[in-house]
Design a protein around this ligand. Sequence first.
Ligand code: GLN
Length: 467
Amino acid sequence: MSLSHTSISGLRSLLSKGEISARDIVDDLLLQTSQRDGEVGAFLSIDAERIRAAADQADLSLPLGGIPIAIKDNINALDEPCTCGSRFLSENYRSPYDAGVIRKLREAGAILFGRTNMDEFAMGSATENSALRVTNNPAALGHIPGGSSGGSAAAVAAHFVPAALGSDTGGSIRQPASHCGIVGLKPSYGRVSRYGLVAFASSLDQIGPMTHTVEDAALLLQHMAGHDPLDSTSLPVAVDDYLASLHHGVKGLRIGIPQEYFADGLDPAVRAASMAAVAKLEQLGASIVEISLPHTEYAVATYYIIAPAEASSNLSRFDGVRYGHRTSQPADIMSLYQQSREEGFGPEVKRRILLGTYVLSSGYYDAYYNKAQKVRTLIRRDFEQAFQQVDAIVSPIAPSPARKIGDCSNPLEDYLADVCTIPVNLAGLPAISVPLPTDGLPIGLQIITPHLQEALLLRVAQAVESA
Ligand code: GLN
């Protein structure tokens, strides 16, 4: 098996036996990428010289020593580009510092391997909103990889890297993982530092691992999670040992099937693959319980008020003064702001800023933003009540497999397809997408557990993967 098809744990074992060097790994991956990324389009930039230098200095005694990891282009890493898939930041911005997770991964010995394509400022579900590049699904060229972490999912699925980081605000790790046939984990809100992640919707954003195997996701999360004093929302609680209970199986666990997530309109292949996985879990000794999450139908509307509201505030820092694009000949300070933003942002970002500004404006704040916050509480309570009956919940990730590139006529279609992933972010819970066996396009199963129960999440995911 070539190095590009080897998992993190496989690479670690070859490295520790001295059979390969970190330089062998990155040379192999750089070759793969230079030969095939022209048709996939996973990366926005790769600094081969820097990667080789990091490999030559890798400390193999560290837990992730010599392991290359691709980074979504909205996570700051010192002196590297961080375009967020936007023209606004693609001209001249370089990160002046390392994000919290980047610091942790460097401390664990990982090598940063290139910056991956994404929907502009992480707004989208197809990576088609990137202003910079088209990304194809490696499992089916011509199809979307999903989004917004589509470049990271494609980089892993194409075997350019064993793992990548994504960010998930409403499904952006899990949905592209599902569409590309890889594992993607969104941690509990507060489990992983958001410091240095370019903020989209701060009360929802989390960074998480995207890998080939559940074990690799556990390993990576182990070295990403933990308190960071530079992120006031990161929780000062100890990190569990995610590998210790990974193979404990699902015997005796109660698994909830929310009826609202299996509603009409679900693609037959998605329904069949998900139900087959549920039957497998039952065979393995779990008991299957039908549950209800009654406020699910309001989740999309709630998210598309709260997320744009936070985005409109977060993105006000892009004004042409301190960061990125600045219009060339502004007449005055107001036109400096207006023209820089007009030229720098793409249509979806502008749509969200307008929407967010509207729902926060006086006269509409109570009708929209405040109401959405109340519904958010109801959605969180749905899960709290469900978790009194069950240990974990399983559902589809997306109502259908990856569509063709260019096949979406109206943004609302993509918004509605976020229905299974968004409630999890609104409730701050951990969730994972695990690939299921299919004859056609990849399909992922979503597993959701209570807050901070990533160890249980990974254990159920491991059972699904092994089955
Ligand atoms: N598809 C959702 C959106 O467009 C989620 C994006 C994300 O998780 N970053 O907002």
